[in-house]
Design a protein around this ligand. Structure first.
Ligand code: C5P
Length: 242
């Protein structure tokens, strides 16, 4: 029996990180922040002056990437790069390498390796569609672009980073577009995902909604079949509509 997985996907600053962290803590499950792997690869690539045109080299780098996730700390080649990876620039670098199919293939098994008892909460862009298509629970979070930019602005300012709201808005818009329009594992809700617009919701409200969804629909939700990528039409659900 494979360990259970809850997938939390969505665009930038839709609340995935906060929700998956809180949910994993609540359940006592493991957590995978898959964006960290792409951010670490983006940083490793820019340190080696590699561009997306070097897709073969990037895929090889992805396969042997020395990245260690120590709770909230991230080590790349043994160096603590947590702060560097938290910038919007690191997100942009990540999204440039993330369009490459060989890179995504190289990171697939590593991500699946995080699936361990008692369970995994995994967040990213393609957790429900590609990485864990058989997951019992899939959630897709959204929020208005303005609110997402404001959230990221507050988060980065809180960490002492000097950012502008207008600059972030534009960077996030571009990154979302790249993530949505790429050919491999584009950002989109998985079939059957619970879709939640978090524009007017706080973390505790979204968390309560997801916990309710897990409790009430877990047993009856049909497991997804593989081949999600080509799937079409997904049941839109809202909180309380289980
Ligand atoms: O979630 P985060 O902002 O850390 O992700 C950074 C970038 O990594 C995303 O914009 C996306 O391009 C890429 N990514 C991805 N698939 C994932 C997680 C992240 O393509 N599962």
């Amino acid at each position: 029996m494979k360990a259970p997985v809850i997938c939390i996907d969505g665009p930038n600053a839709s609340g995935k990180g906060a929700i998956s962290r809180a949910l994993a803590e609540h359940l006592g499950w493991h957590r995978l922040d898959s964006g960290v792997l792409y951010r670490a690869l983006g940083l490793a690539a820019s340190r080696r002056s590699l561009s997306p045109a070097d897709s073969g080299v990037l895929a090889a780098l992805a396969a042997e990437l020395d990245v260690d996730l120590h709770g909230e700390r991230i080590l790349l080649d043994g160096e603590d790069v947590t702060r560097e990876l938290g910038t919007e620039e690191a997100g942009t670098e990540a999204s440039r390498v993330a369009v490459l199919a060989p890179v995504r293939a190289a990171l697939l098994e590593r991500q699946r390796g995080f699936r361990r008892p008692p369970g995994l909460v995994a967040d990213g862009r393609d957790m429900g569609t590609v990485v864990f298509p058989d997951a019992k629970w899939k959630v897709f979070l959204t929020a208005s672009p303005e609110v997402r930019a404001a959230r990221r602005y507050n988060q980065l300012r809180h960490q002492g980073m000097d950012v502008s709201l207008a600059g972030l808005f534009e960077a996030i818009r571009e990154r979302d577009e790249r993530d949505r329009l790429r050919d491999t594992a584009p950002l989109r809700p998985a079939n059957g995902a619970l879709q939640l617009d978090t524009t007017h919701l706080g973390v505790s409200e979204v968390l309560a909604c997801v916990i309710e969804h897990v409790r009430t629909t877990g047993r009856s939700m049909r497991p997804e079949v593989s081949g999600e990528q080509g799937g079409d039409g997904h049941r839109q659900r809202t909180c309380g509509d289980t």
